[in-house]
Write a protein that binds this ligand. Structure first.
Ligand code: DAT
Ligand code: MG
Length: 140
């Protein structure tokens, strides 16, 4: 087995719509373990670190505005190849294109949705996961 940890965020759209439980249900049904859980409104400083790779892109400011607009659920999950596995559960970045059966494909609401509102974040590599977990759970 290739045990990994990944950082998952239920973004303000998902949290405010009451989808945290549904996201956690899919994670647990897949067989991943919940290692840490927190509910918080992220600061812009945290988000600048978290989204450092996107700084300067046209969607960066709207993304940080959106992500700091309300509560998020931050979750560390663990399991065999859970980084790739959670991204498969999440589906494509754009909920319109995300396949049915995925979190974004099933739950990404298309009516009046802003592009950055895609319910969840998941780390994209072991390096990103370690970096992101340190931002959201410094004591872990
Ligand atoms: P992902 O969240 O699938 O890893 P990403 O890391 O490329 O996607 O981008 C981070 C977030 O930024 C993404 O969840 C939504 C937003 N985003 C990405 N590309 C975008 C675009 N072209 N227009 C608007 N928002 C975008
Ligand atoms: Mg990403």
């Amino acid at each position: 087995a290739q045990t990994e940890r990944s950082l998952v965020l239920v973004k303000p759209d998902g949290f405010s719509r009451g989808l945290t439980g549904e996201v956690l249900r899919r994670i647990e049904a897949k067989g991943y373990t919940l290692v840490a859980l927190d509910v918080l409104t992220p600061t812009r400083e945290m988000l600048a670190e978290h989204y450092a790779e996107h700084e300067g892109k046209p969607f960066y400011e709207p993304l940080v505005d959106f992500m700091s607009s309300g509560h998020v659920a931050a979750v560390v999950i663990e399991g065999n190849r859970c980084i790739e596995g959670f991204r498969a559960l999440a589906g494509a970045t754009d909920p319109t294109a995300a396949l049915p059966g995925t979190i974004r494909g099933d739950l990404g609401r298309d009516w009046g949705r802003k592009v950055q509102e895609n319910i969840v974040h998941g780390s994209d590599s072991p390096e990103s996961a370690a970096r992101e977990i340190a931002i959201w759970f410094p004591k872990l």
